[in-house]
Design a protein. Structure first.
Length: 414
């Protein structure tokens, strides 16, 4: 039987007591190490690496996670050096964060990682950056598994503010900014739920107070002050803080999860992970209007981080000028729609052993759908350069051989 340590980190989250008990029940650790109110997070990471572990695996987790299924059976059969757990986040859907199953040799390598004093990636994601350096030294890869874990459900408003001010700072590359803007659009339709209103206010606050030419020292000071800023800004917004997390709160949230970790489920999780070992990815290579959005939603529901028709500036530049890899695939496990339909032979060479899914639709039905889909869509800018329209023309030319609807041409392409 494998030995497992649990490192549980809390800065007073609303769910901390319930989260700890659920984690102990789910993991059955030999030892539990509780880090309480260790700030900033970089210091918490340092403290966790000072512990002398005598276990096979260490599970690092945060108190904003509610583990609703047994993880120990999976750990008993797992040999992956590092498993990043997919969770159901209230704000961002299925993402990997909050719970990390780490083999002890990786933990020991993390202890030896040399961090540059002004490493911005370490400042924003200290644990992730340290682990990245350790995995690189050991020449190992991370793996992903989806569990029934709720993340950021039922948290204090002040903590939501702190998280999403920091999230804005972490989302200043073109592809991550596109994702954040997409989430913001969804949240604006949900502002009756104060959690989403607070998150939107936090993002706007960070944009106003930390300029795009941010400096290391000033940004570090800002991050270290986020807890107090969150309390102050919530008071300014006239929002009263939530009461303590109750059994009623937990029971209502359990309806969002609750899969039993049967032997069959364990095998499914391990099999899913093996399909994406190493550098392989998942690509949906069906044409437009063949269910590519539905495919994307299905893969996301299974725990994969998939992007549909990426249209950030970096992806555009890489597609047009040639690429050795796609930057967006450093943070995603796959892409769907005609972005990949145009280049799938090249993707097969760059990302060996990847999975390619071809979605189809009856021809006449598809032609009619394409006519509706392209009707009235702008092709050329009214003036100047518009990279989004340039991307549209590039992909249409690459895949369809035409910019505007031509039934005979599209029939041939089909």
């Amino acid at each position: 039987m494998k030995k497992v340590d649990l490192v549980f980190r809390t800065i007073g989250e609303r769910t901390k007591d319930v989260s700890l008990q659920l984690a102990i029940d789910a993991i059955s650790p030999e030892r539990v190490h509780i880090q309480e109110n260790v700030k900033p997070f970089s210091l918490a990471v340092e403290k966790s690496l000072e512990i002398e572990y005598k276990s096979d695996f260490v599970v690092f987790m945060d108190a904003d996670c509610l583990v609703l299924e047994r993880i120990r059976p999976f750990i008993e059969q797992n040999d992956y050096p590092f498993v990043d757990c997919f969770v159901l986040d209230k704000f961002r859907g299925h993402i990997h964060c909050g719970v990390h199953i780490t083999r002890v040799d990786v933990v020991n390598a993390m202890k030896e990682a040399v961090i540059s004093k002004y490493d911005m990636r370490y400042m924003l994601r200290p644990e992730s950056r340290t682990r990245q350096l350790a995995l690189r030294k050991l020449k190992l890869k991370k793996h992903f598994v989806s569990f029934c874990i709720l993340h950021d459900h039922g948290q204090y408003y002040r903590d939501i503010f702190s998280k999403y001010a920091l999230r804005e700072l972490r989302s200043r590359k073109p592809h991550t900014q596109t994702k954040l803007l997409g989430w913001e659009k969804e949240w604006r339709a949900k502002v009756d739920d104060l959690d989403f209103r607070v998150a939107l206010c936090a993002i706007e606050y960070a944009r106003k107070n930390i300029a795009s030419d941010w400096q290391f020292i000033s940004t570090t000071d800002f991050i270290n002050s986020l807890s107090e800023i969150g309390k102050k800004e919530c008071t300014t917004l006239g929002i009263s803080e939530k009461t303590e997390f109750s059994k009623y709160d937990l029971d209502s949230l359990k309806e969002l999860g609750g899969v039993k970790m049967t032997q069959e489920v364990v095998q499914q999780k391990i099999h899913k992970n093996k399909t994406l070992s190493g550098n392989c990815k998942i690509f949906g290579i069906g044409l437009s209007r063949t269910g590519t959005k539905s495919l994307t939603k299905a893969l996301r529901a299974m725990g994969y981080e998939i992007t549909h028709y990426p249209k950030d500036r970096v992806t555009y530049e890489e597609l047009v000028h040639g690429f050795d890899e796609l930057t967006i695939l450093k943070s995603h496990e796959g892409i769907t729609d005609i972005t990949t339909a145009a280049i799938y032979p090249q993707l097969d060479q760059i990302y060996p052993n990847s999975k390619f899914i071809l979605t189809i639709r009856p021809k006449e039905e598809w032609l009619d759908a394409m006519q509706r889909h392209w009707k009235g869509k702008q092709i050329f800018p009214e003036k100047g350069f518009d990279y989004l329209l340039e991307l549209r023309r590039f992909l249409r030319a690459s895949v369809y051989g035409c910019y505007t609807y031509n039934r005979k041409r599209l029939s041939y392409v089909y």
